[in-house]
Design a protein around this ligand. Structure first.
Ligand code: PLP
Length: 388
């Protein structure tokens, strides 16, 4: 019996995540220096972990409100207002989710009807296209290039927008490129969104990991608060990937719609993670600043390292990834990653995992110790020399 035939055609058509597929190979290889995983190498700061332990001692083990603990929503509202000057009502305009992953899925399912198009600048996070497709929409890829440091421009968007376009999904700082957009670039996108009456889903999970200039919150741009579904979470900035806490902020109609789906599918985010997230927002700023300093040092090391090796790369201004071009080796990104792993035991992610416009590049995460990064650079140098 081939049960695969019974799987929904939509799900069958979605390829598995290119990152996971690659890391199954890595898991079977000993002595690998990995620049592959997109998660902090830091453990969640102790006071955040401790708050969860106290919470458990006090017996906080039950469901929370579907929206999330009110105290957490109040902290999120205060945090976003203090940082970006955008006010949200914690009772009606904030939903606590199981990571940004769930928030992305909810946003798509809440707004899309079958056949609606969503503009997705690429290279992009591996989930975006699948989330749009699973919600019945059609992702419309907007390819960006190294020549423009992977920035999406309004003229590119204008070329691809149609009467069926319902939304635009952006994420700056970007995974995998580390690109950020300036206030003026985002303001031009805001004018475009207004002109075509689009909803903007802005995944700002790397907002705190910005190394040059100030992060611009898309919802803070004139007229954008209600048009935007702003997503953020605790995974990256607070080194809390395993706690699975994210949040969505928007007008009450969108949050209400997302909460409807969330209450039937997830009920609520885990209470343990929510308690820890309150502590992170109350007392975690110093930890974030220390981690950002450390990432910044490693970022410079990697930029310098790749420039010495002679692989073209632009300086990433945010997140914790660098995205050098490997075109001159004549290898595809997958062949480069596979051969590097075999020859030198260094794991990185082939750019094609982030879409066709990622081909010719590899993503290296510098959320790893300086020792690991230095060793990886040495091995990549040797590998590239052998390719020449
Ligand atoms: C751009 C982007 N958005 C969302 C996520 C998922 O984050 P979370 O752990 O909050 O689900 C990731 C994780 O790598 C990411 O890179």
């Amino acid at each position: 019996m081939n049960w695969g035939d019974r799987v929904s055609p939509t799900v069958r058509a979605i390829p598995p995540s290119g990152i996971r597929r690659f890391f199954d190979i890595v898991a079977e290889t000993k002595g690998v220096v990995s620049l592959g995983v997109g998660e902090p190498d830091f453990v969640t700061p102790w006071h955040i972990r401790e708050s969860c332990v106290y919470g458990l001692q006090k017996g906080y083990t039950a469901y929370t409100s579907n929206y999330g603990l009110l105290e957490l929503r109040e902290e999120i509202a205060q945090h976003v207002n203090n940082k970006y000057g955008v006010p949200y009502d914690p009772r009606k305009e904030i939903l606590v989710t199981v990571g940004v992953s769930e928030a992305l899925d909810l946003a798509m399912r809440a707004i899309l009807s079958p056949g609606d198009e969503v503009l997705v600048p690429e290279p992009c996070y591996v989930s975006y296209k699948a989330c749009v497709t699973l919600a019945g929409g059609n992702p419309v890829i907007v390819p960006t290039t190294l020549e423009n440091e992977f920035r999406v421009t309004v003229s590119q968007l204008e070329e691809l927008v149609t009467p069926r376009t319902k939304a635009l999904l952006i994420s700056y700082p970007n995974n995998p490129t580390g690109t950020i957009l300036t206030y003026n670039e985002l303001a031009a996108i805001a004018v475009f969104a207004e002109k075509h009456d689009l909803i903007v889903i802005s995944d700002e999970i790397y907002a705190d990991l910005t190394y040059q200039g100030q992060h611009t919150c898309f919802a803070s741009l004139p007229g954008m608060r209600d048009r935007t579904i702003l997503l953020n979470g605790f995974s990256k900035a607070y080194a809390m990937t395993g706690w699975r806490i994210g949040y969505a902020l928007s007008n009450r109609d969108f949050i209400n719609a997302m909460t409807k789906i969330h209450q039937y599918t997830m009920l609520c985010a885990p209470i343990t993670g929510q308690i820890a997230a309150i502590e992170a927002l109350k007392h975690g700023d110093g930890d974030v600043a220390k981690m950002v300093d450390e990432y910044n040092r490693r970022r410079r090391l990697m930029v310098e390292g790749f420039r010495k090796i002679g692989l073209p790369c632009f300086e990433p201004k945010g997140a914790f990834y660098i995205f050098p071009s490997i075109r001159e080796t004549g290898l595809s990104s997958l062949a480069f990653a596979e051969q590097l792993l075999k020859a030198e035991k260094v794991a990185l992610v082939p750019g094609e995992a982030f879409g066709a416009s990622g081909e010719g590049f590899v993503r290296c995460s510098y959320a790893s110790s300086t020792t690991n990064l230095t060793e990886a650079l040495k091995r990549i140098d040797r590998f590239v020399k052998n390719c020449r």
